[in-house]
Design a protein around this ligand. Sequence first.
Ligand code: SF4
Length: 371
Amino acid sequence: MSDFFSILTSLNTEQIRRQIEECRVCDVERVLLKGFVDDDELPILFSPAAGLMLEEMARRSAALTLRRFGRVIQLYAPLYLSNECTNRCRYCGFAGDLDIPRMTLTPKRAISEGDILHRQGFRHILLVSGESPRHVSMDYLLEVVRGLSGKFASISIELYPMEKEEYQRLAEAGVDGIALYQETYNQVRYLEVHPPGPKRDFRRRLAAIEKGGEAGFRSLGVGALLGLTNWRLDAFILALHSRYLMRRFWQSRIAASFPRIREAAGHYTPDYPISDADFVQMICAMRLILPDAELVMSTRESAALRDNLIGLGITRMSAGSRTNPGGYGASPESGGQFEVEDSRTPAEVARAIASKGFEPVFKDFDRAFIR
Ligand code: SF4
């Protein structure tokens, strides 16, 4: 089976960009009436014309989310292991050329951070680090995962790209999900924002999520960092990528994320900022295209926007996040990856979800299911 890179390189992106721009409201109406979006129709829902039908898209997205997922929002927390990084991504507060306090948690301290999250109620965690295998080695990860796996129902990773055999070792230790965002699918732009370093290898990064699928992770997370390029084209390719993974790894659940760039050390300003209205259109389009995918929203978004999007399409949210290693403990002496917008406690986020008539869920999976 061909990989997604070969699909991506076969796309005529200029033609798709024109299709998005020239699409008419009647094209959008036709797709919405049909109730299913074929692959060649995906660009339609990301078009300016679809933005004119946002209310109708939102209504259908909310109904579809309710039908497929019920009135629940699954909550998780990131646990940052290290802010050491050999890359210099222009938009990131961990970039190796920035002068920030660096720290890699000892396995013992990582586990005590996990204990804090466990006391807050979390049973799903996401282990995050910069790309520095010297600081975050396989042996280190195995020790951390084994130390946490007894307490958490689900452990996912958002680390550097690895090989299938490495993912298999992590899966055996207790990891069941991976998140690995391509940032942008525009290869020219990708090179502009990723100076020389391991992450500059676009194809290696794109291939890693498929290696995670081959290793048997039950959750595969993809994403685009909004603000790097034209959001309409990147979101279209993100949807196509998600569909590709769904078909190829049908036993896994696909999760799509679309973080917007936030203030961070380095003060990168997005060249292509995306408005709230466009952001909402993108979420609705994603839901209509990917009825069974988890749509994930982090604390990069404001409390007000996150609350307003409950029920519209989002099914998974982080809460109470700290983006610096050791940030949950008493002495957060390390630099963070970005500034969070929603600084509410997990309990406050859970109350906000409940006040909308939804159930905040801290656990919807147990590793015993897949043993
Ligand atoms: S985005 Fe990831 S790889 Fe790039 S500098 Fe930040 S932590 Fe490192």
